[in-house]
Design a protein around this ligand. Structure first.
Ligand code: FES
Length: 76
């Protein structure tokens, strides 16, 4: 099972179960080597120098996610 959890003032945490495989693709379309990792932190603030991965920059900029609306942005 893959578990994803959005942290209110930080990244999207992706936790992989035993045997789960994920392919992470960067903005350039190239797959990043995340083999063997059981947890990924994906940047939501846009300030990471290692996007799509979080590098902790959200702390420096004081990132806070906007409140959830419950709406699917693809449906609006
Ligand atoms: S969420 Fe951590 S650097 Fe963007």
């Amino acid at each position: 099972m893959i578990r994803m959890c959005a942290r209110p003032r930080g990244p999207l945490a992706v936790e992989l179960g035993e045997g789960d495989v994920v392919e992470l693709v960067g903005m350039d379309g190239q797959a990043l080597d995340v083999s063997g990792r059981r947890k990924l932190l994906l940047c939501r603030c846009g300030a990471s120098g290692s996007r799509p991965l979080c590098d902790g920059a959200h702390n420096r900029i004081g990132f806070e996610a906007p409140p959830a609306t419950g709406e699917d942005p693809d449906e609006t």
